[in-house]
Design a binder for this molecule. Sequence first.
Ligand SMILES: [Fe+2]
Length: 200
Amino acid sequence: MSMTLAEIKTKRQGLVDEVMNKVTQIEKKHGVSRQALNLMKDEVSMLAKYPELFVTSEFEPVQRGTFKDFVAYRLNKEDGTERALYVSLALPGKTSPPHNHKNWAILVGLDGVEINKLYKADEAGFKQIDEISVGPGVGVALTGEDIHSIHVQGNGDVPVWQIRFYERALELQTDREQFDESGKTEHFPPNKNTKDGINN
Ligand SMILES: [Fe+2]
């Protein structure tokens, strides 16, 4: 039997609250190391086992050509931190240049695929070091200094859905840097197209 929207919302919020609590416990125990981020990623990935709770008609994609073809609906409650967990919808063809976040970030696929390319910038120069196909249940955890670019796959205007979890809410990520091929940086402003996904 299919769930009502009210049942979906209740179940989803319960799972999101649970993941937020677990992340807090992981940080208490391990700090914010790469190992800790990977443990957090495992918790966030748990949500992707329930796409029916996240990929719903409550959340609408943007119209092509607006807000860089991206919208994120915030699903976690205020808890005194700046953390924000979103369900995001991006349109096929959307890309971002290589950039860092200056805060940690965890991305997990729900529906569709977003390719993440990872880069390294040091004295030796700027180069790509990895590529991860972030599809359903597949995640990537980034430290504040890790550099990635995104490349949304798919066809037409069928959105690619992800869970995105950040140390700081998207609108607070005003210190990100983007990189060109030589590793030169410039300011990379945040995408502020976020909406309330709890009371929408
Ligand atoms: Fe990013």
